[in-house]
Design a protein around this ligand. Structure first.
Ligand code: ZN
Length: 122
């Protein structure tokens, strides 16, 4: 599979942005289909902070002693999560590196955070 930078027009604001080779590789590595996002990074960030609903991600790591970790989001960025954001039933399974998960994003005063995290079937 070969990749090349792709120019996409944002559906929200009409701005042109690059869907880069790095982002495409990242999606492929994470096992996602390679799909150009509909919206530019700015609009996506805005959308993420306001839109509820489940998003697909991968657990990057989790530190049991600290009680928190990070999830890699579909756009390749990382989001913080706390143990309390994980659905109890899935606790043991979700908190493994590279576990595929669903999550919701909320805005906290310390930035975006993943909550309602549970295992995603792949
Ligand atoms: Zn936009």
């Amino acid at each position: 599979m070969s990749y090349s930078d792709e120019f996409v027009v944002c559906e929200q604001c009409g701005k042109k942005f690059v869907f880069s080779i790095e982002e495409q590789r990242r999606q492929a590595e994470l096992g996602f289909d390679i799909v150009a996002p509909d919206t530019c990074p700015d609009c996506r960030q805005l959308e993420a902070s306001v839109s509820p609903g489940l998003k697909a991600g991968i657990v990057k790591w989790y530190r049991d002693d600290k009680g928190f970790g990070f999830i890699v989001q579909q756009d390749g960025s990382e989001v913080f999560f706390h143990r309390t954001g994980v659905t109890m039933d899935d606790m043991g399974l979700v908190l493994k590196e590279e576990a595929p998960v669903w999550y919701e994003l909320i805005m906290t005063d310390r930035g975006p955070q993943a909550v309602n995290i549970h295992l995603r079937e792949v």
